[in-house]
Design a protein around this ligand. Structure first.
Ligand SMILES: NC(=O)C1=CN([C@@H]2O[C@H](COP(=O)(O)OP(=O)(O)OC[C@H]3O[C@@H](n4cnc5c(N)ncnc54)[C@H](OP(=O)(O)O)[C@@H]3O)[C@@H](O)[C@H]2O)C=CC1
Ligand SMILES: O=C1OC[C@@H](O)[C@H](O)[C@H]1O
Length: 738
C-alpha cells in the first residue's frame, strides 16, 4: 500500500457495522487528539463505539460532536462519567487533570483509556491502579505506539540477540517551533502538568524502558531548556540520560540518551527543519534504528546492521495470523487490544499498571535530577516526612490503660479476673514521647529477620475459652479514614489470613482473627501458674516448652500444638462437637486408640492451616492451666515514619490518614452475634498513640530531669528507664498496668 492510500484510509477509515454490544466510549473534553486517537479508530471497529463527548462549553461539545460524528454531546465532564450509556471513559484532558478525572471515572464504575503521561507522579499512578484493581476495572495508559507491529518488530530484533549485548540506546523526539503547542497550549502550563519532559519525555522514557526491558537505576544527566518568560518554570526541551542495570554477566548496564523538544528553534532562524522521531539501539555486534516510531502507521523503516549484513525492515501488520490491516493506526491496534482485554479475550499486547508506574517513576527521576520546575502533584501537598513519636499503653481494657515502656525486652504484667499475664511491645525505629530511641535486641533474633514490630503476650485465661473464640485484632472508636486501595489491601490480607473478619466501614470499625490461626508465633504449655519470668525474646518461639494436652481428655505428650484426634473423649458441650480427623502431618494420623502417637503441629504454617477450619478451633478449649505465649509480629509497618508498605510496592503514609484516634490492638472473646466488638469481653489491650505535643512533652521532660536530680523516684522516668535493659534490671522497677 502506498503512503498516499494508507493516509486516505487513516483519515477516512471504512465504517464498520457494530456488533450487538459494542463497548461504548465517552470522551472527556473536545480534545484535539481524540479524533485520531479514538473516534476514527472506533469507526472501523465492530466492537467499539464513541457515544458521547462532554466539554466545559456545551456549544463547543455540540460542534465537535457534529464534526466528528459523535451521536451525543453534553455539558461538562461529570455528565460523561454519570452517563449510563458509557462503558469506557477516554481521558485526554491536560496531564494535570488525568489523576482526578480517572479516579472519578473509576468511582463512577467506568473503565478508562487514559492519555499519556498517566499522571503527574508515580504515587498517583499507583493509586489509580490500586483503585482499578479494587473495583475490577481496566485502566490503560495510551502508549499507542507499543501496539503497532513495527515497534514490536524492533523489540524482537533486540530480544533475538542478533545484535549481541545491548550497549546503548537513543530516543529523539523533537519538533520545530510552531508545529505543536502554540501560545496558551496546555503543554506550557505548569499547573496542568506541562513541560517537554512530561509530554514527549514520557514517550522517550517509555521507549527506552521497553526496548531495554529494564527499569533505570539512575539519571546520569538531565538538562532542561526552559520555555521562556511566559512560563519560566516549564521545560521546552529536555535532554536526559538513563543508566540501566547490567544484565547477567555484565559489569555495567546500557545507557539511554533521550532528547525531547516541543519547539526546536529554526535553523538560522529561517528553516524549521523536519520533526525528529527516532530510536536507535547499539549492541556489541550491530545496531538498529527506527524512524517515526510514534506514528509508524504513516511510514517507517527499521534499519539493521548485524553480522549477517545490512537490511531494512517494515511492519504494518502482524501477518496473516494476526489482527489488523496495513492502514491500521497505532490507535486502532490499541483500541483492538483494549476491547479484547475488557471482553476477556487475550489482547495482542498490553501496557500494564506496573509499567505505567515504572514510567512515571523514571519521569520523576529525570525531574529530580535537575529540577526544571517544582514537581506538581494532583494530590494535596504532602508534609515533609515526619518521624512520629509514639506513646504506647497497655491494660486489661480500653478504660484501664497505662503508659508502658517499648523495646525494653521486658514483660509488663496484666491481670484481671479473666486473664493473668503479661505483654511486651517492640517497635523497630521507635521514638518515644520525649525523643528517646531505645533499641531492642528482639529484632536481632534470626527468626525475626525483617520484622519491624511485635506485640507479644504470655498468659492464661482464667475462664475456659475455645480457640475459636480467642480473637485478636484492632477495634476503633469511630470511622477511620481509609487510604485508596484499602479493599485491595484487605483482599490481600484475607489471602494471608483467611480467618480474618472485619468491617472497616462500620461506625466503630474492627478487624479480628482467631489468635490460634493468625499469630505468626504461638506456643502452649501446661501449668497452674505463669512460668518464671523470662525475657520475651527468650520465649517467643513457635511450639511450646512442654507438650500440651490442648484437647481436654486427650492427655498425652509430645511437643507443640496438638492436632485433635477423632473418637476420643467426650466432646465439650458447645465447643468440641465438630471434631474431625486431622489431615496434616507426615503419615502419623491419629487413630482411634490412645496408643496412637500424637502428632504435633510442627510449625506455624501447619498450625495456621489446621486451625483455618472453625471446627478444629472449636475443638481446642483453653483453661486456667493452659499457658499461651504469642507474638504478633510483622514487617508491613515502618517506624518512625509510620508507613504501611505492602507487597507490590504499595506504600501508604499512614500519618496522612491519622485523625487523632489511637491504634488499638485487643485480645478478646469473640463477640456474640449482633454484639459490637467494642462491647465484647476484652482480656488485654495494647494501644499506640502519636504524640502530637512533642515540644510540650520535651519541655516537661526537661523539667522532670531537673526534678530527678532532687527526687530519684520519678515514676515516669522509671517507666522509661529500662531501655536496652536485657539483664532484668528494669523488671524490679516496672510500673504495673492493670
Ligand atoms: N496519544 C497521543 O498521540 C497524544 C496524546 N496527547 C495527550 O492527550 C492529552 C490532551 O492533549 P490535546 O488533545 O493536545 O489537548 P487539548 O489542548 O485539545 O486539551 C484537551 C481538553 O482539555 C481541556 N482543557 C484545555 N485547556 C484547559 C485548561 N487550561 N484548563 C482545563 N482544561 C483544559 C479542554 O476540555 P473542554 O473541551 O471541555 O474545554 C480540551 O478539550 C494530553 O494528556 C496529551 O499528552 C496529546 C497529543 C497526542
Ligand atoms: O504524540 C505526541 O506528539 C506530540 C506531543 O505534543 C503529543 O502530546 C504527543 O502525545
Amino acid at each position: 500500500m502506498s503512503i498516499l492510500s494508507r493516509a486516505l484510509s487513516i483519515f477516512y477509515p471504512p465504517t464498520s457495522p457494530k456488533s450487538s454490544q459494542p463497548l461504548r466510549f465517552g470522551i472527556l473534553g473536545a480534545a484535539a487528539i481524540a479524533p485520531i486517537a479514538l473516534i476514527l479508530a472506533a469507526r472501523s471497529s465492530p466492537e467499539a463505539e464513541v457515544v458521547l463527548v462532554g466539554a466545559r462549553n456545551l456549544d463547543k461539545a455540540q460542534k465537535y460532536a457534529k464534526k466528528w460524528g459523535v451521536p451525543r454531546a453534553v455539558k461538562g465532564w461529570e455528565a460523561v462519567l454519570q452517563d449510563e450509556e458509557v462503558d469506557v471513559v477516554y481521558n485526554p484532558l491536560p496531564n494535570g487533570l488525568h489523576y482526578e478525572w480517572t479516579i472519578k471515572a473509576l468511582l463512577a464504575g467506568k473503565h478508562v483509556l487514559l492519555e499519556k503521561p498517566a499522571t503527574d507522579t508515580a504515587e498517583e499512578a499507583e493509586r489509580i491502579f490500586a483503585l482499578a484493581r479494587e473495583r475490577g476495572l481496566l485502566v490503560l495508559e495510551a502508549f499507542h505506539y507499543r501496539f503497532h507491529p513495527a515497534v514490536q518488530k524492533l523489540k524482537q530484533i533486540l530480544d533475538s540477540g542478533e545484535l549481541g549485548r545491548l550497549q546503548h540506546l537513543t530516543a529523539h523526539m523533537t519538533v520545530p517551533r510552531g508545529l505543536i503547542g502554540g501560545p496558551g497550549d496546555i503543554r506550557w502550563n505548569l499547573s496542568l502538568g506541562g513541560g517537554a519532559g512530561m509530554d514527549m519525555g514520557c514517550y522517550a522514557t517509555n521507549a527506552v524502558r521497553y526496548l531495554s526491558g529494564r527499569e533505570p537505576t539512575e539519571v546520569l544527566r538531565a538538562e532542561p531548556v526552559l520555555y521562556g518568560p511566559a512560563e519560566p518554570k516549564v521545560d521546552r526541551r529536555m535532554e536526559f540520560t538513563f543508566l540501566f542495570p547490567p544484565g547477567e554477566g555484565e559489569e555495567r548496564g546500557p545507557e539511554a540518551e533521550c532528547v525531547v523538544d516541543l519547539a526546536r528553534p529554526w535553523a538560522w532562524g529561517v528553516w524549521p527543519g523536519m520533526p525528529e522521531m527516532f530510536l536507535h539501539a547499539k549492541g556489541e555486534k550491530g545496531e538498529v534504528s527506527m524512524n517515526n516510531f510514534v506514528m509508524p502507521f504513516f511510514y517507517h523503516s527499521i534499519s539493521v546492521r548485524s553480522p549477517t549484513g545490512k537490511r531494512t525492515e517494515r511492519g504494518y501488520t502482524f501477518g496473516k495470523d494476526g489482527k489488523g490491516e496495513s492502514w491500521w493506526t497505532t490507535y486502532r491496534y490499541q483500541l483492538e487490544a483494549f476491547v479484547d482485554k475488557v471482553t476477556g479475550k487475550d489482547p495482542q499486547t498490553w501496557v500494564t499498571g506496573e509499567d505505567t508506574v515504572g514510567n512515571m517513576k523514571a519521569v520523576e527521576m529525570v525531574y529530580e535530577k535537575k529540577v526544571a520546575h517544582d514537581r506538581l502533584s494532583s494530590l494535596p501537598p504532602q508534609p515533609p516526612p515526619t518521624m512520629v513519636h509514639l506513646r504506647v499503653y497497655a491494660g486489661t481494657s480500653v478504660q484501664n490503660l497505662s503508659l508502658i515502656p517499648v523495646n525494653t525486652n521486658t514483660w509488663v504484667d496484666i491481670s484481671s479476673p479473666q486473664f493473668e499475664g503479661r505483654v511486651a511491645v517492640q517497635l523497630k525505629g521507635y521514638i518515644g514521647p520525649r525523643g528517646e530511641k531505645p533499641q531492642s535486641k528482639y529484632f536481632e533474633r534470626p527468626d525475626r529477620k525483617g520484622k519491624t514490630w511485635s506485640v507479644a503476650f504470655q498468659g492464661r485465661f482464667l475462664e475456659e475459652i475455645s480457640a475459636d473464640d480467642l480473637m485478636f485484632g484492632n477495634i476503633f472508636d469511630r470511622p477511620i479514614i481509609l487510604p485508596w486501595g484499602t479493599s485491595a489491601v484487605m483482599s490481600f490480607m484475607s489471602l494471608v489470613d483467611p480467618t480474618l473478619t472485619h468491617d472497616l466501614y462500620a461506625p466503630r470499625p474492627w478487624a479480628l482473627s482467631p489468635a490460634i490461626s493468625s499469630f505468626p508465633f504461638l506456643s502452649h504449655a501446661r501449668g497452674s501458674s505463669l512460668p518464671e519470668e523470662r525475657h520475651p525474646s527468650e520465649v517467643l518461639g513457635e511450639g511450646g516448652w512442654e507438650l500440651p494436652a490442648v484437647i481436654r481428655g486427650l492427655g498425652g505428650g509430645g511437643s507443640g500444638w496438638s492436632t485433635p484426634r477423632s473418637g476420643t473423649s467426650t466432646p465439650r458441650s458447645g465447643y468440641a462437637s465438630g471434631r474431625s480427623t486431622p489431615k496434616l502431618g507426615n503419615g502419623v494420623l491419629p487413630g482411634s486408640g490412645t496408643a496412637t502417637p500424637r502428632k504435633g503441629l510442627e510449625g506455624a504454617q501447619e498450625r495456621k492451616a489446621w486451625y483455618k477450619e472453625a471446627e478444629n478451633r472449636r475443638a481446642v478449649i483453653l483453661g486456667p492451666e493452659d499457658i499461651i505465649t504469642g507474638d504478633f509480629c510483622h514487617s508491613f509497618l515502618s517506624f518512625p515514619d509510620l508507613c504501611l508498605a505492602l507487597p507490590g510496592g504499595l506504600k501508604f503514609d499512614l500519618k496522612r490518614y491519622w485523625d487523632g484516634q489511637p491504634v488499638r490492638f485487643v485480645c478478646m472473646r469473640r463477640p456474640a452475634k449482633g454484639v459490637d466488638p467494642q462491647d465484647g469481653q476484652v482480656f488485654w489491650v495494647v494501644q499506640l498513640e502519636i504524640v502530637e505535643d512533642v515540644a510540650e512533652v520535651r519541655h516537661e521532660a526537661e523539667e522532670a530531669e531537673k526534678e530527678k536530680e532532687e527526687d530519684d523516684d520519678d515514676e515516669f522516668e522509671d517507666a522509661e528507664a529500662g531501655e536496652e535493659d536485657i539483664t532484668g534490671g528494669f523488671r524490679g522497677r516496672r510500673k504495673e498496668v492493670n
